[in-house]
Design a binder for this molecule. Structure first.
Ligand SMILES: [Zn+2]
Length: 431
């Protein structure tokens, strides 16, 4: 296979530094050379891609993905979709998020026990298009925890898996390791969305249950992520070494002190999009302002944004994306999160894009194996996107899939290089 040389591009390398004009040589599935300026790298028979001044970035990495959630009109109804339909729809979702420039996703719960595993395996085998994927279990919940959708008179498990006591937790965790997951998800705190019996300030797991899950997972190089909004639940993540802390809304100063001490071991994804959409855009799905306010979603956004800025200032890794995959916050609109990070929290576009690329790559690398991704850097995996325009001036441009002029994963095109739309128009006018 010929080397590929992408030239005449503004390179945002993932570190947050200002983009520069340069070129990148790809050999096999790795970035071989990155150079500043034009005509710096010998062509030597390489396939040359002239970017025409477009922007080249590392592929996007989502550390709180729900690729197998199916854009259903309620969260619980994803459980009603039969496995056959769910599998096909999940396959389409994988392609869709790849079309949006994501080259890697770390799942934070599947909608069926084996669904992430199956989709990941098909992508890895090259039979369906999609980003690199870490596969997760369903939401592991305890009786009366969030998404325990059962009723006394009816057996109905929805999209979560209910378990109680360390013995059962250990068995369920081992079972899913047998099935091939990379990640176990536990719903550690409550959530106002679906259950009145476990609100956002509660903790729904006992410590011996948490310990049992983490011990089994970590003994097999499987990571654990937690739904953790309450202060105590975040502290329990730190204590038990749960690497991926999702939401982390109500972390107190004491908890932030503790997290800061161990900041290299944890990643935080607030997943603001779903809460924002529920608060402002969900009335068509029966969730009006009153519904959202009764569940304190205004406070979630307000406190959550403050907490994320505090964390960032302490050097704790906060990353965008998460919880796309419901009708009012559907797959394919994930890049709205970049806008939320800038407009709601107050991060700069450079910081936000660094979080979405470099930090995502570091999270992925925590599984070991010497995988390096998330930067346009020699030796790193050739996962890159080329986009029309200057994303630092307009972060919304990622929301239009047509602005992606090239999507490359593992040195292969998912979207082959396209001419710049602006440049193309100019050419037509000149003729
Ligand atoms: Zn989630």
């Amino acid at each position: 296979m010929a080397n590929k040389l992408v030239t005449n591009v503004m390179i945002f390398d993932g570190t947050g530094k200002k983009p520069y004009l340069g070129e990148v040589l790809v050999q096999g599935n790795r970035i071989k050379t990155v150079a500043k300026g034009k005509d710096q790298i010998a062509r030597d028979g390489a396939e040359v891609v002239d970017g025409g001044g477009a922007t080249l970035l590392p592929g996007f990495i989502n550390i709180h993905a729900h690729t197998t959630y199916l854009d259903t009109t309620t969260l619980a109804s994803v459980g009603d979709v039969p496995p056959e339909e769910a599998t096909l729809q999940a396959m389409h979702n994988a392609r869709l998020v790849h079309d949006c420039g994501f080259t890697a996703v770390i799942s934070a719960a599947a909608s069926k026990p084996r669904l992430d595993v199956v989709i990941r395996n098909e992508i890895n085998a090259g039979r369906i298009p999609g980003p690199r994927m870490k596969a997760c279990t369903t939401q592991f919940v305890t009786t009366s925890g969030p998404w325990d959708a059962r009723q006394m008179h009816m057996h109905h498990e929805s999209f979560s898996t209910v378990m109680d006591g360390p013995v059962e937790v250990r068995r369920k965790t081992r079972e899913m390791i047998r099935e091939g997951v990379d990640m176990v998800k536990i719903a550690l705190s409550g959530d106002n969305f679906s259950a009145q019996h476990s609100d956002e300030h509660s903790v729904t797991w006992a410590e011996d249950e948490i310990a049992a899950c983490v011990e089994v997972a970590h003994s097999r190089n499987v990571k654990v992520c937690a739904h953790a909004r309450s202060d105590e639940s975040i502290r329990l993540c730190i204590k038990h070494g749960i690497e991926f802390i999702h939401h982390a809304t109500y972390a107190s100063e004491k908890t932030l002190d503790l997290l800061e001490k161990h900041k290299d071991r944890f990643w935080v994804a607030p997943a603001l999009g779903a809460i924002y959409a529920t608060l402002h855009e969900a009335s068509d799905w029966g969730m009006d302002k009153e519904f959202a306010l009764a569940r304190h979603f205004d406070r979630e956004i307000e406190v959550g944004c403050q907490t994320m800025m505090k964390m960032f200032k302490r050097g704790i890794k906060v990353l965008p994306y998460g919880d796309y995959g419901v009708a009012w916050n559907p797959h394919g609109t994930d890049h709205r999160d970049l806008e939320h990070f800038i407009n709601l929290i107050g991060f700069t576009p450079e910081q936000t894009l660094m979080m979405a690329t470099k930090w995502g790559g570091e999270a992925w690398a925590s599984w070991g194996g010497g995988v390096e991704m998330g930067q346009v850097k020699a030796g790193f995996l050739a996962d890159m996107v080329m986009v029309e325009g200057d994303p630092l001036a307009d972060i919304t441009l990622f929301q239009d899939r047509d602005n992606f002029l090239m999507i490359m994963k593992d040195g292969q095109y998912h979207k082959a290089p396209q001419a710049r739309r602006a440049a193309g128009r100019k050419r037509v006018a000149a003729e």
